[in-house]
Design a protein around this ligand. Structure first.
Ligand SMILES: Nc1ncnc2c1ncn2[C@@H]1O[C@H](COP(=O)(O)OP(=O)(O)O)[C@@H](O)[C@H]1O
Ligand SMILES: [Mg+2]
Length: 383
């Protein structure tokens, strides 16, 4: 790929959309670099589709500009933009076979010899064998691949995908996630993928923008968002976080020492997105898989220097690769701990008194002025 080519960059500058008094998308600045797989992730109604439609030209922005590469396209009609969209409903032509569905864009532009391009495109999506079938003879996943091929044959600079896998069952969706990722790597064009499914966004995208109520809350690589969430919404929406209300006590080198309940917790200052004045409140966060559980009788064996809190096992579910515990802790009523099933301690059953401990480096700190439950239990429904 030519690294100086930026013709597939998507740059949104102050782009917004209001419907009467309601703001669906607040002024938004976003750059999607050429060739990247970018995901817009958020719950139903947060403004993902509206943002995508403004890039496609299907929705007039209330303010701001859209650039594709160096070209401003804000007021261009959709067909003049080097962009194609794939929707959840693939809308294939039922009376045309797969070959002709894929050839459609070329034929419409008056191109006569379409065979090579269509065959290449069907190979790319691994449907070469199905060329003469009708859409209803294919599975949902295959039909969605036809829709992708039909869009890509127009050689767009950017492919927009709006919940394209939403209608597929979980197993097929997982396969298609890998398949779409492979196709994107192979063609090397910019993909902007909209989804409400956090696992899907993390599996596929290089960069994820987490949207909430018409704003991007945080943007980063999947690992970065997961390990260093900056808001309670991101911490809770992307996986599970345990959040503990704490108070800044002192600073010690690069660390902040906090008081929580009767004990102390250590947090690297660089991992805290909240103000850290002494006496101020901070939400201390840690992911469930970062925590070790030790029966209270063995508490003396826990190494020095780990963050620790005490609690009582309220519930445990064995799910094969791990056991998921809910621990009732004075500082956090439903603390979640995921333990890999390696050497199970038979004493770790509901009712047992335990110590939870973890490496302070895995702790993050959030502004306590936020809703501690933002992003928890958002309904998993397609938008
Ligand atoms: N044409 C419209 N008129 C009024 N409100 C709209 C219109 N289109 C979308 N909205 C509202 O804008 C918000 C964002 O919608 P949308 O971008 O479709 O969200 P998402 O794709 O994230 O589920 C929603 O509250 C939706 O009801
Ligand atoms: Mg939508």
């Amino acid at each position: 790929m030519n690294t100086t080519d930026n013709s597939g960059d998507v740059r949104l500058s102050g782009i917004s959309k209001t419907y009467g008094a309601f703001t669906a998308v607040h002024p938004l600045d976003l750059t999607v670099p050429q060739g990247s797989f970018f995901a817009l992730l958020g719950a139903s109604g947060c403004g993902k589709t509206t943002t995508l439609r403004m890039i496609a030209g299907l929705e007039e922005p209330s303010g701001g500009t859209v650039f594709l590469g160096d070209q401003e396209v804000t007021h261009l009609p959709p067909y003049k933009r080097p962009v194609n969209t794939v929707f959840q409903s693939y809308a294939l032509f039922p009376h045309l076979d797969i070959f002709e569905n894929v050839a459609f864009g070329l034929r419409r532009r008056g191109i006569k010899s379409v065979k090579k391009q269509v065959v290449d495109m069907l190979d790319l999506v691994q449907l070469g064998e199905q060329a003469r079938k009708k859409p209803h003879q294919l599975s949902g996943g295959q039909q969605q691949r036809v829709a992708v091929a039909r869009a890509l044959i127009n050689t767009p600079k950017v492919l927009l995908l709006d919940e394209p896998l939403g209608a597929l069952d979980l197993k097929l969706r997982r396969q298609m996630q890998l398949e779409l990722k492979r196709i994107q790597t192979e063609v090397g064009i910019t993909f902007v993928h909209v989804t409400h499914d956090q696992e899907e966004a993390m599996t596929m995208a290089d960069t994820v923008a987490v949207m909430n109520a018409g704003r991007v809350e945080q943007l980063g690589s999947p690992t970065d968002l997961y390990e260093n969430p900056n808001t309670t919404f991101v911490a809770n929406f992307l996986g599970t976080s345990n959040l503990i209300e704490a108070e800044v006590d002192t600073k010690s080198g690069d660390d902040i020492v906090l008081k929580a309940g009767g004990g102390k917790l250590v947090l690297p200052e660089a991992r805290c997105s909240a103000p850290t004045t002494t006496g101020g409140k901070v939400l201390v966060g840690v992911r469930p898989e970062k925590i070790s559980l030790t029966h209270a009788d063995d508490a003396g064996e826990i190494p020095e220097g780990r963050n620790r809190i005490t609690g009582k096992i309220a519930d445990s579910s064995f799910i094969g690769v791990s056991t998921q515990y809910v621990i009732d802790c004075p500082v956090c009523p439903e603390f979640e701990v995921y333990a890999q099933n390696i050497d199970r301690d038979a004493r770790l059953v509901p009712g047992a008194e335990v110590v939870l401990h973890w490496n302070p480096a895995h702790t993050f700190g959030l502004d306590a002025a936020q809703d501690i439950d933002a992003g928890v239990d958002i309904e998993e429904e397609a938008a």
